[in-house]
Structures are given as C-alpha cells and as structure tokens.
Design a protein around this ligand. Structure first.
Ligand code: NAD
Length: 386
C-alpha cells in the first residue's frame, strides 16, 4: 500500500466521510460507497464544504484538487481497482460480515480489507471472508481528520506481514498509529472505561455531585474535560453503548459494569449536548450546577479515578494488549490525557497506587477493585514502567 493505492470507503457517515477526507488529503484516489443514496449525497456536499473552508483558512492549497480525487459509488463493484477498503458502517456484526463477503468478491486478491469498528471483534468480521488473512482493524477516532490516533488491530487470522505496511500508511496520512490486540475496546475504549465508570460510581454513591467530580478531574487531574461533561459531549447513545458492549464482551467482568445513572439518561432520550440535555441541561438560560471546590475531596475523587485508570493500563500491559509505549501514546494522543497512565504510576509510585486499590477492595469486597498482578509486582520490586 502506498500513495497510488486507491482507497475504498464503505459507509459515508461521520466516520466514513472523515476517513475519506484524510485519505484524499494524503493524495489517494478515494471511492466512497454507501447503501443509502441520501447519505452519500450528504457526504459529498459536506466534504466539498469542509475542503472549501480549509482552503479559505489557508490550510489546503486546492479544495478542487482534493475533491477531484473522490468518486461516489452506487455499488461495491466500483471498488474493483482498490488496494485498501475501510469499512465504517453500522455497528452490527451480521451486517458487517455480509458487506465484507460482498466486497471481497468485487476486489482483487491483494486488496486489504479494514474495519473501523469500535467494539466488534476483527476476528469475527474476518471469519466471514474467503481470505481472512487480508482483514485487519483500523480504528480511527471521531472526528477522524482531527484526531491523531489510529489503532491498528490484527485479527488472529491476519497475515502479520500486513501490519508494518498498515502502520506506515497511517503515518503517511499524518496519524500516530499504535498496534492493539483484538480484544474488546482495543486500547483506548478499554483503558479509558474507569474515567467514566468510577466517576459514575462516585456520583451514584453520593460522595460528590457531578460538577464537583468534573472540577476535580480538570482542575486537580489536569484532564481537558471532566467525565460528565465528556459523556454529555460524546452522547450517551454512544458512550453507554460502548461501556455496555465492553462489559458484555468481557464476560461481565464487574470492572466494566455500566451505571444506572447513565442508562436512565439514555432511556429518557437525554443523550447529552446533541439533545439539549444529558447530565447537564444545555437549554439556553438553564443554570449550570456549581462545584464544591474542596481540595481534600477533589484530591480523593481524582486519585480514586486515576488509580482505577492506572490499574486498567497496567492490566492491559500485563495481558499484552499493547506495548507500554503504545499504551502511553494511545491515551495521550487518542483521548488527550495529560500524561501517560504508566508514567503517572511511576510518578506516584506503584506502591501508592496499589495501596489505594487494595484499600477500595478491602472496603467494598468487590472484584471491580482488584489490583492488576503487574501492579503488585511493580510495587513489590519497586519498579518503574517507563
Ligand atoms: N462515531 C464515532 O465516534 C466512532 C468512532 C470510531 C469508530 N466508530 C465506528 O465507525 C462505524 C461507523 O460509525 P459512524 O458514527 O460513522 O456511523 P454513521 O451512522 O454516522 O454512518 C454509518 C453509515 O453507514 C451506512 N450504512 C449502513 N449500513 C450499510 C451497508 N450495509 N452498506 C453500506 N453502507 C451502509 C449508513 O447509511 C450511514 O451513512 C461504526 O462501526 C462505529 O462503531 C464510530
């Protein structure tokens, strides 16, 4: 795969059109296909408008030139000349499997097939193909043109020789690529779960209100957005569903258990910013709750969430989900954490982190708070991660 590779995109929604823009911007001819003609027309119009805006801002030499690299296809047969296909359609395994099987018939033998799935197993998508060794995951973040990270995910069937080329191509597209094992949530959507989950737990217990938790995580923790503001921003239809899928995919491991406080919002249709109401009320003139700026409480909140995040990163490293370097890159570039979680652990000392987790475990007697064996080993040996 190189600059001359024609890239096919399946699905012209939020992710598909964003990825198409990234590929065209990197110089590729791009064929975009969507089963919904209206969605395809909408994507064509919005891509043209976005490129025009970038040109006006001086960020793009010629919108027309980049737009000229696109073609919008009515059927998968138009993928015939493609060397790489990236699928970004509805998050349903049965639909993805049938689309992969159909696309495989339309492309040449050397064409690489990638899925942008957030939560499905790449292995199960690959299993629907005649040549599963050419299937892998390329997980972009939303919005794809702005977010730096791409997780490259080999399925168990993937020809390992494809991976360095895929990583290199993503880097040529201006992305930072990390390699993740094909396990639920890959790196970011797995390791970040406690940022939401533990914040929700603290809120449900009544230890603090959401404004105070958000204040603690931003002001004391240095995160760009607090968990409740961020969940409202992502939308509960996306964030809750990812949590629930990860929970189920991990055979109901209590570490990933969803919270009723968020489920009820979803049931009420209070999806967050986009629907005008989520944890917060975004209707004009509505009063925003104010935090209790208590440093002692804020530090307790922040350290509890951080200990859970660090534990998740340590466990991911222990289970070889990714290298330590890729784990750090994924969390700092993919979700803009102020520091890599392993480096944060080194700064605290693994013993402090372990003490916090063991304290929670002893208090609650819940498996949710079990410390990673790796963290225990690090603390015992007084070792650093990075
Ligand atoms: N939205 C995110 O934040 C995000 C981030 C990373 C990954 N993802 C993943 O990317 C994928 C797409 O998400 P999205 O947010 O862009 O969805 P979306 O709903 O915005 O777009 C999906 C598009 O796929 C089209 N489509 C549906 N079934 C199709 C089929 N059988 N053949 C061709 N086109 C079909 C729809 O018409 C729609 O235009 C999902 O797998 C999702 O998990 C989403």
């Amino acid at each position: 795969m190189d600059k001359n590779t024609i890239v096919g995109i399946i699905g012209s929604g939020a992710m598909g059109s964003g990825i198409a823009q990234v590929a065209a911007n990197a110089g590729h001819k791009v064929v975009v296909y969507d089963s919904n003609r209206a969605a395809l027309d909408k994507a064509q119009k919005s891509l043209a408008a976005t490129l025009q805006k970038l040109q006006e801002k001086g960020k793009l030499a010629s919108a027309e030139e980049v737009m000229g690299r696109f073609s919008f296809a009515e059927s998968v047969e138009e993928f015939a000349g493609c060397g790489l296909i990236i699928e970004a359609i509805v998050e349903r395994l049965d639909v993805k499997q049938s689309v992969f099987a159909a696309v495989e018939k339309a492309v040449g033998e050397d064409c690489v097939l990638a899925s942008n799935t957030s939560s499905l197993s790449i292995t199960s998508i690959a299993a629907a193909c005649q040549h599963p060794s050419r299937v892998l995951g390329l997980h972009f973040f939303n919005p794809a043109p702005l977010m730096a990270l791409v997780e490259v995910i080999p399925a168990i069937q993937t020809n390992s020789e494809l991976i360095p080329g895929a990583k290199k191509l993503m880097e040529q597209w201006g992305k930072t690529a990390v390699i993740a094992k094909d396990t639920p949530g890959f790196i970011v959507n797995r390791v970040a779960r406690p940022f939401y989950g533990e914040a929700l737990r603290i809120y449900e217990e009544g230890m603090a209100d959401m404004a105070t938790i958000d204040w603690a995580m931003t002001e004391i923790g240095g995160f760009k957005m607090g968990p409740f503001t961020l969940m409202d921003y992502i939308g509960h239809d996306v964030n809750y569903v990812v949590t629930d899928t990860v929970f189920q995919s991990f055979f109901y491991d209590p570490r990933y258990k969803p919270a009723f406080a968020q489920k009820r919002l979803l049931e009420a249709g209070w999806l967050g910013r986009k629907s005008g109401r989520g944890f917060y009320n975004y209707v004009e003139g509505a009063a925003m709750p104010q935090p209790t700026k208590d440093e002692v409480l804020g530090t307790q909140i922040c350290e509890r969430v951080l200990a859970m995040l660090i534990n998740e990163a340590a466990e991911a490293l222990y289970l070889n989900i990714a290298s330590a370097a890729d784990l750090e890159t994924a969390m700092t570039r993919g979700v803009n954490y102020p520091k890599g979680l392993l480096a944060w652990c080194d700064e605290w000392g693994a013993d402090k982190c372990l003490e916090m987790l063991d304290g929670l475990y002893n208090e609650y007697h819940e498996d949710r708070y079990r410390a990673s064996v790796l963290l225990r080993k690090q603390a015992r040996g007084n070792k650093k991660f990075v």
